[in-house]
Design a binder for this molecule. Structure first.
Ligand SMILES: NC(=O)c1ccc[n+]([C@@H]2O[C@H](COP(=O)([O-])OP(=O)(O)OC[C@H]3O[C@@H](n4cnc5c(N)ncnc54)[C@H](OP(=O)(O)O)[C@@H]3O)[C@@H](O)[C@H]2O)c1
Length: 307
């Protein structure tokens, strides 16, 4: 049992807050946890919490908005020489007003899609046969999703990977461009999972909509009073409003999927871990392949430019 724990490892991105931190605690004794985050102190805090539960954690510094940092983190993980049996792509941001990276790129698109895509692509050949990769998407990608529309989202506004990098979206979207960036990046997560699952039949690759979790860092842009009100109301409303969730509940579902020994792949799960349908784009194989091909071409172009 002890040697199993030492050899087998799960990689978790975004383990310093919200659903990612709760998943680190939930998986604490399932194997070594490779905790991938941008903040050294927060990583140490989560690692300490995992170790207090009897687990083992290896912190890896990585800023998903910086492709050089992503490359170094993936190399550092491979050098650990662990049996990599799971990868949770959970790190993400949402900023209605959006911002640019140091390179002038759309911060949400790079942090949520381009960085995690490059990270996953670098690690895929090193994952154990049968390993599970889970991408945390969001139903905000779907223009027909009523709770998301009521919140101001207008679905994904994907033009191309290169346009997304520049922060350009299909016109007619949300009044806040950061919401278009978020919905688009999350759709890219889901279609990436579906395309990679078909490319890598030796792995189990899925996506999930984790439910609306108000009290996480993702909603830090909300006013303090709205956050307090939400933290009081959400537990009361949860039994009646299916799409509401909490980090603890999301962590239980993530853990179940990551440790599932059955042979399923390419499933898009809802907040309860049941299969769900995304937008028509998410279900379109040609679109899935197009996003992946465009993302790869963009990364190759950026890589060549950086050399
Ligand atoms: N909350 C919701 O209602 C909701 C709904 C649908 C989907 N989701 C998705 O669920 C996932 C988890 O979100 P959450 O609600 O748990 O949010 P959260 O509490 O803000 O957690 C996000 C995690 O991502 C990390 N992160 C952010 N930017 C990063 C970067 N540049 N490099 C590396 N790590 C970075 C954060 O690190 P720091 O601690 O350093 O900030 C944190 O650990 C996200 O992918 C989100 O899009 C959330």
């Amino acid at each position: 049992m002890q040697s199993n724990m030492e050899n087998k490892a799960y990689i978790l991105t975004g383990p310093t807050s919200g659903a990612g931190r709760a998943t680190a605690l939930s998986l604490a004794t399932a194997g070594t946890l490779v905790l991938v985050g941008r903040n050294r102190d927060k990583l140490a805090e989560t690692a300490g919490a995992v170790e207090r539960l009897g687990g083992k954690a290896v912190p890896i510094l990585c800023d998903m908005s910086d492709l050089g940092s992503v490359r170094r983190a993936a190399d550092a993980i491979v050098a650990l020489d662990l049996r990599l049996i799971g990868l949770l792509n959970n790190a993400g941001i949402q900023n209605p007003h959006n911002a640019a990276t140091a390179d002038g790129w759309d911060n949400t698109f790079v942090t949520n899609h381009l960085g995690p895509f490059a990270f996953t692509q670098a690690l895929l050949p090193h994952l154990d046969d049968g390993a599970c990769v889970l991408f945390v998407g969001s139903a905000t990608e779907d223009p027909e999703r009523k709770p998301a529309v009521r919140a101001g989202f207008r679905g994904s506004r994907y033009l191309s990977a290169a346009a997304s990098l520049r922060g350009e979206w299909v016109p007619g979207g949300s009044s806040k461009p950061g919401m278009d960036a978020y919905a688009t990046s999350k759709q890219c997560n889901i279609v990436t999972a579906m395309a990679l699952a078909r490319e890598n039949p030796r792995l189990h690759i899925h996506a999930i909509e984790p439910g609306i979790m108000i009290a996480t860092g993702l909603h830090a842009h909300m006013s303090a009073s709205r956050r307090i009100l939400a933290s009081v109301l959400v537990p009361l409303l949860m039994p009646f409003v299916k799409v509401l969730s909490t980090p603890g509940r999301a962590a239980r579902v993530f853990t179940r999927i990551l440790t599932d020994a059955s042979a399923t792949t390419a499933c898009y799960y809802d907040q309860d871990g049941n299969p769900m349908q995304g937008s028509t784009f998410v279900r379109d194989r040609a679109f899935q392949d197009r996003v992946v091909a465009e993302t790869r071409a963009l990364l190759a172009e950026l890589d060549a430019g950086a050399r």
